[in-house]
Design a protein around this ligand. Sequence first.
Ligand code: PHE
Length: 355
Amino acid sequence: MSDLKKIRDEFISKLKGNLDLAELNKIKSDLFGKNGLVSSQFKKIGTIDVTERKKFASDLNIIKDELHDLINLKINEIEKANINEKLEKEKIDVTLPERSFVKGKIHPVSQTIDEISSIFSEIGFSVEEGPDVENEYNNFTALNTPDNHPARDMHDTFYLDDKKERLLRTHTSPVQIRTMLKDKPPFKIIAPGRTYRSDSDQTHSPMFHQVEGLHIDKDINMGHLKGCLNYFIKEFFEVKKIKMRFRPSHFPFTEPSAEVDIGYEIKDGKIIIGEGDQWLEILGCGMVHPNVLKNVKVDPTKFQGYAFGIGIDRLAMLKYGINDLRAFFDCDYRWLNHFGFDPLDVPTNYRGLSR
Ligand code: PHE
């Protein structure tokens, strides 16, 4: 009997037995592995006498196919049986409750930032950003607040080194400096973002949010500032009329400076914006101080304009009836679920800015 026939008969009879998956795979590699019996026969072809070579190769291929098919058939049978057994065991219990489905919510502060950005972008402001970790120069000095200026103490700054060179920005005003240093006037930007001061109570949190506004051009005056803020507040609170007052104030980086209050009243426990005789401070603003313009190489005899800084969290509290600022940052899932926004159901004055 030829070697080939011997191999064939031996394995055909082996494959008749009741084999499991591991045994079948072992046979497969014994035959067709790198040094398997069939593989070695293939290597022999070249050494066989020319007259017999053709027949040998043809017989070898037939045997190879036969054994190969038989093994695969057996493997398939076992796999099929395994799947059927599994399906048999895993009956679906249709009485079980469905898996819970949790939809994420948009944080009221993110929602408010989106709304503010949409409103301002409609009237020509672009959005700028700056880092939370600032240097002392951008946060104070360039903003006309030199060393030992009392305004530095007002800010309860978190310094990040002993030399007081790096700090967590105490306001978004350093973005004014960054913007004006990197471009040429005119400038018309807003800069929303996180700000930090060492302060914590019902209306103060050590981390809070501001949006800076800056509009510099050849003939921008306080009338433009007033018109812009008036428009913004009305759009933001979705009211036709607003009561607004400019109170003289002081910021080193603006002259003149003002704080803006809006009128409100409480009716049936709800706050109504734009009516009544109560006043609430919501922002600081003014005409950009010539020293600030000089610091960023903008000629104050040619360019001038206004800046403002609005407390975002406070706007969000007012608009959405949230009374404790600290809740914003507690990360309480139940709170977020209640006050957060459905990403697919955006409020009416949301103008389609991409998140
Ligand atoms: N940066 C000021 C603050 O945080 C607000 C402000 C911004 C005032 C711009 C005037 C101009 O208190």
